[in-house]
Each structure stands twice: as structure tokens, then as C-alpha cells.
Write a protein that binds this ligand. Structure first.
Ligand code: RIB
Length: 297
């Protein structure tokens, strides 16, 4: 049976512009291309989990505007259970994303309705407690992430925190995290130590994945495991949401009972497959695409 992945997080409409280079402060750059697609780390990870073979449920808030209607429809069309999405009066979250021809990006997020997701209902807590894996990020109020982690612990649901974007993490949250996924910037912000100081991260949570972009990932646990997991070489068109593809696939693989090193390797393939395409949710790979890249290595 497909693992039940519950995602409590953000949904944004991504407005993506592509240009030869990212604008400097005060500079206007004539771009090449524009696209609009659903995004937000929460919605992306829910879609990533659904495409990777999980039964994904998304808990989050959209606005009462036209973006909200599109977000709801597109997240649902991607195979995610949207029946518990809240609609809050006002604007949906929006991300303004600029991508250069080398695939680098810069992102500005206006939270909109995501900021209204300030608590959990008892129904949402039950959904989390009934899941195999809870997945959270940091684009919604931290108190909601804390409440979700608490509900997961109470229900015996494993909790993955993708601590992106970097923000202060309360001890009450860290106490209920089973697996932390961070990139180097986030790792440094959390511990104040060097990004590669896995011991500093393991002092906070029992298991850590440090994502290293084109260099793959590193997995370490309090059980004494510490392993570099190599990347899959692809030509990157846009790295936006590659971390979301990784985290969604990781949740599915862990929920299926795969060993965590193997799960991280499979998730690396998902991240690489995502980076081959422009955009966020539209670039998230299917299980077949992940398996194909995974098997080709
Ligand atoms: O991780 C990529 C996502 O970050 C984008 O979809 C954007 O909405 C921002 O939340």
C-alpha cells in the first residue's frame, strides 16, 4: 500500500522569469521567458510525494483570489488530497522567481494566505496522527509546525523537517523531529557551526540529511552512520524545487520502509530529475522518471 504522507506547509503561485543573468540591485534585465505555475515548498513536496508514489495529503491555506482557485485545482490534479485545504480571505502566497541560463535562481516569497495558517484543527491533528510520515518546511508560522510535530509524535507518525528557508528552530520542535533535511546555508544558520559539522546537527535531532547540490547529500545518524551519497549527473536547467523533489521522494521511500541510505540515494535521483526542467511543481518527477535515472547510474 502507498505510504500516507501528510504535508503541512505553504502553497504559492510561482511567477518565474528567465534571463541571461539575475538582476543586480537597481538593474533591469530584459528576460527571455516567463511562466506561472503552482509552487510553495509545502505544495511542491506534497506533489513530489504523490508523483513518487505516495498517498499525499496537503494541509495548508490558499487565498480567496484567482491564484487560490488555480492552486487548489492544480495541486489536486497532481494527485494530492486537497480536501482539507483552507481558504482564507485575501491574497494567496506568491513567489517571484528569477532564473538565469545556468539554472541559478533567486526567490522572493510574499506569504499571503500562508501566514493565516496559525494553528491546527483537531481534524488536521488526526490526519497527521494517521499518517506514515509528516513533512513540514518553514514557510508557514512556526507555531503550526510545532503543533504538527507534536501531533505526529502523539500518533507515532515519523516527522521530517525540511528547515527551509532558514529560521530559528524552537527546542520543542526539534524534540519531535525524526529526520532533519537541510542544505549547507540552513545547517550553518541552525547550528552556528560549519555546515559539515554533522555532530552539531546530531546534537539537535537523531537523523540528518545535508543536501550538497551537485555534490549529492550526506546522511548521518546518532546510530553512528555518516555517509556521503553521490549525486546523479544531469544538465541543470533550473534548480528551483529540486530540494522539494528530494524531500518528497525521501518521505515516500522512508514510508515504504526503505533503508535510509537507499532512500537518500533514490531522493537524489528525484532532485536531479527535477533540475533538468524549468519551473517548480511542473518539474517534479514521476516515480518512473526517478526509477529510470536511479537505475541508469
Ligand atoms: O522550493 C521552491 C519553492 O520555494 C518555490 O516553488 C517557491 O514558491 C518557494 O516557496
Amino acid at each position: 500500500m502507498a505510504p500516507r504522507i501528510v504535508v503541512a506547509g505553504s502553497a504559492n503561485m510561482d511567477l518565474v522569469g528567465v534571463a541571461s543573468h539575475l538582476p543586480l540591485p537597481g538593474e533591469t534585465v530584459l528576460g527571455d521567458d516567463f511562466m506561472m505555475a503552482p509552487g510553495g515548498k509545502g505544495a511542491n513536496q506534497a506533489i513530489a510525494a504523490a508523483r513518487a508514489g505516495g498517498h499525499a495529503v496537503f494541509l495548508g491555506a490558499i487565498g480567496s483570489d484567482a491564484f487560490g482557485v488555480t492552486l487548489n485545482a492544480r495541486i489536486g490534479a497532481a494527485g494530492v488530497d486537497t480536501s482539507h485545504i483552507r481558504t482564507s480571505y485575501g491574497a494567496s502566497g506568491v513567489a517571484v522567481i528569477m532564473v538565469d541560463r545556468g539554472g541559478e535562481n533567486s526567490i522572493l516569497v510574499a506569504p499571503g494566505a500562508n501566514a493565516s495558517f496559525t494553528d491546527l484543527t483537531s481534524v488536521e491533528e488526526e490526519i497527521i496522527a494517521g499518517g506514515d510520515v509528516l513533512l513540514c518546511q518553514q514557510e508557514i508560522p512556526v507555531r503550526t509546525v510545532v503543533a504538527a510535530a507534536r501531533a505526529a509524535r502523539a500518533g507515532g507518525t515519523r516527522m521530517i523537517l525540511n528547515a527551509a528557508p532558514a529560521r530559528a528552530l524552537p527546542a520543542e520542535l526539534l524534540d519531535n523531529v525524526d529526520l532533519l533535511v537541510v542544505n549547507e546555508v540552513e545547517a550553518q544558520a541552525i547550528t552556528g557551526a560549519a555546515a559539515t559539522d554533522m555532530a552539531a546537527l546530531l546534537a539537535l535531532v537523531p537523523r540528518v540529511v545535508l543536501t550538497l547540490g551537485a555534490a549529492g547529500s550526506r546522511y548521518a545518524s546518532r546510530d553512528g552512520q555518516d555517509e556521503h551519497v553521490p549525486a546523479f549527473a544531469v544538465e541543470a536547467a533550473d534548480t528551483t524545487a529540486a530540494g522539494d523533489a528530494f524531500t518528497g521522494a525521501l518521505a515516500v521511500a522512508w514510508g515504504e520502509g526503505r533503508d535510509l541510505i537507499d532512500a537518500v540515494r533514490w531522493a537524489n535521483a528525484a532532485g536531479a530529475a527535477c533540475a533538468r526542467k524549468l519551473g517548480a511543481s511542473n518539474a517534479l518527477p514521476t516515480r518512473d522518471e526517478i526509477d529510470e535515472l536511479f537505475g541508469a547510474a
